[in-house]
Design a protein around this ligand. Structure first.
Ligand SMILES: Cc1cc2nc3c(=O)[nH]c(=O)nc-3n(C[C@H](O)[C@H](O)[C@H](O)COP(=O)(O)OP(=O)(O)OC[C@H]3O[C@@H](n4cnc5c(N)ncnc54)[C@H](O)[C@@H]3O)c2cc1C
Ligand code: SF4
Length: 329
């Protein structure tokens, strides 16, 4: 690990000042950043500890939604009764991630910004366009079992590893931030992440030194919630494929469907065409297959991860069957 300066911010204004326009990095739980620093994948000259900032509460918003402070630990968020009752897809996604100890440390903001688990990204002896732009991509033509089948580029085929972000994407969450000049902005989670394109090192739309202050959930929408994560082990493993679903049915028809996918792309994946293929239709196997066809129309395997295409299909169909159980099939 390289030497770095350490400072601790006592309020938001100080955090903005200490970030020096992005020259320093924020550290929250440290469960991802410190690993990356030990491996010298990331070598910031300075860290700003934000753990004393007043961003640890979950508050109700005027419209009946919730504002989750960026420092709320994943464990507390999963256990909050308002989340468990009104946004169970989020609770379940959080509990499917990491381990109890990690969830106690991992923060809401840090979880959104955790970096890919691509093996080559962590191995500084191999080429990786994300770690070192222009050096190549070890995963293309290499070991790519965990990699993307949607939205990848010829520069990077990494996936985003967060479970929490997949559920938040299905729930239409909004990220609240404070820029380096102290001004606030809001970014819909659907606009927050970027596909790799030619610049896989740029993963989201945050500006250097911009601090996530909260994530806002809209008013609860009801429906049947489910988060299903398919992985190599029953716990303590990242998703090969995951599906976050919030689905409503009425009179034997699907009336609303919100679906987001993990393990498939550089960002939590959501495709409005998949949801359109379901709404207004009877919840039959034929309908579910049509939705899977739409989801996977552009899917492309890289060799070792070809299995993700049928796996994503089967997982989506099984989830849709379960969330519409008893809806008059
Ligand atoms: C062994 C292991 C298994 C795991 N398994 C899973 C899993 O199955 N599913 C899953 O989803 N995750 C998993 N994780 C990842 C874990 O959820 C993340 O490491 C954690 O959520 C990151 O949060 P943190 O607060 O520790 O972030 P940090 O490590 O402190 O920071 C991560 C990044 O976010 C930035 N940052 C942090 N807070 C802010 C903020 N408020 N504003 C701006 N920038 C900020 C930091 O600068 C850094 O770039 C696993 C991690 C480990 C180590
Ligand atoms: S897939 Fe992306 S993160 Fe992995 S080696 Fe290629 S460029 Fe790096």
């Amino acid at each position: 690990m390289r030497e770095f300066q350490y400072s601790r911010a006592s309020d938001l204004a100080e955090a903005g000042r200490l970030a020096k326009g992005g020259a320093a990095r924020f550290i929250a739980g440290g469960t991802n950043l410190l690993d990356l620093m030990k491996l010298e994948v990331e070598t910031p000259e300075a860290l700003v500890d934000i753990t004393r900032l007043p961003l640890k509460t979950i508050e109700e918003t005027a419209d009946g939604g919730l504002r989750i402070g960026a420092l709320v630990p994943n464990a507390d968020l999963a256990a909050d009764p308002r989340i468990a009752e009104n946004y169970p897809v989020l609770s379940r996604a959080l509990l499917a991630g990491a381990s109890g100890q990690l969830r106690n440390k991992a923060s809401t903001g840090g979880n959104l910004l955790q970096r890919t688990r691509c093996y080559y990204f962590y191995d500084t002896t191999t080429p990786c366009n994300k770690r070192e732009p222009g050096s190549g991509c070890g995963a293309i033509g290499g070991f790519n079992r965990i990699h993307a089948i949607l939205g990848a580029s010829d520069k990077c085929i990494a996936t985003h590893p967060s479970d929490m972000a997949v559920a938040m994407r299905a729930l239409d969450a909004v990220v609240e931030t404070m820029k380096g000049d102290g001004s606030a902005r809001e970014i819909a989670l659907g606009e927050f992440y970027r596909l790799p394109g030619d610049t896989p090192e740029i993963e989201n739309v945050l500006e250097p030194g911009e601090l996530i202050t909260a994530v806002r959930l809209p008013v609860p929408i009801g429906g049947v919630h489910m988060y299903r994560k398919v992985r190599d082990r029953a716990s303590y493993a990242f998703a090969l494929v995951s599906v976050a679903a919030v689905v409503k049915t009425d009179g034997g028809k699907i009336t609303d469907a919100r679906l987001a996918f993990g393990g498939l792309a550089h960002m939590p994946w959501r495709d409005a065409a998949v949801e359109r293929a379901l709404v207004g239709e009877a919840p039959t196997t034929a309908t579910f297959q049509k939705a899977a066809d739409v989801l996977l129309a552009e899917a492309k395997g890289q060799g070792e991860n070809d299995f993700k295409i049928p796996l994503a299909r089967r997982t989506l169909i099984a989830v849709l069957r379960d969330v519409t159980e008893g809806a008059g099939r």
